[in-house]
Design a protein around this ligand. Sequence first.
Ligand SMILES: *[C@@H]1O[C@H](CO)[C@@H](O)[C@H](O)[C@H]1NC(C)=O
Length: 284
Amino acid sequence: MASSSLSLFFLFSLLSPILIASSPVQDPELVVQEVHRSINESRRNLGYLSCGSGNPIDDCWRCDANWEKNRQSLADCAIGFGKNAIGGKNGKIYVVTDSSDDDVVNPKPGTLRYAVIQDEPLWIIFARDMVIKLKEELIMNSFKTIDGRGASVHIAGGPCITIQYVTNIIIHGLNIHDCKQGGNTNVRDSPSHYGFRTISDGDGVSIFGGSHIWVDHCSLSNCHDGLIDAIHGSTAITISNNYMTHHDKVMLLGHSDSYTQDKNMQVTIAFNHFGEGLVQRMPR
Ligand SMILES: *[C@@H]1O[C@H](CO)[C@@H](O)[C@H](O)[C@H]1NC(C)=O
């Protein structure tokens, strides 16, 4: 996955959707065509006084003046290989009211950590602007959306987001920065289980054996390791509309050429801004 020819391919086509293609989607070319079709469609609808931006993801929900009442329709707006990530669609809305993260084994109701470990689908929103300095990695359970729209939410200054062996995650509209390593301690990952975590990489968003993942409209900067890393059999991922700055190893898709399962990795990288102060892996 880390071949240099692929890296060059990425570098030369920053603005167009980019696909890494192999199974498990039987015909990845169809996915590519569908992405181009949706972009063409959005561009065709551009016009004087139209709300359209030409970006099919944004036009899908921003043109709805009532988007705040219809938050879950965001789940239908992804394009590319992560398109089927439904996140917490059809689940309850959970409002984060408490920015603390004092107890990572028995998190308090109202905190972000309490929400993401639940077994049921949840659409997680924020009561107000907040800075959440996590004490340990935020280990997500399946079928969750973290929806930062309408508030200024920073996940910063501590360990950040870990998506490990779970599916159907949408992360939208968060500022993720200054992420640190965590670990050497117990962290809860579901209502019925917590486990010992070794030292973490210190990524902004770490996807490990995860599938049906969509990371959209986040700003990411200045983390200890990667801003967004997808490894160990992760696939069916879309990374779109993100703003990345001030960072060394930006994005890693597959950590080792000898990890053959990652030959199947399918990721769409579209409409991201690779901004100032980035050094390498855009992506690798
Ligand atoms: C999208 O538009 C471009 C330029 O007009 C065209 O070449 C391409 O065939 C279109 N693709 C699809 C899938 O509609």
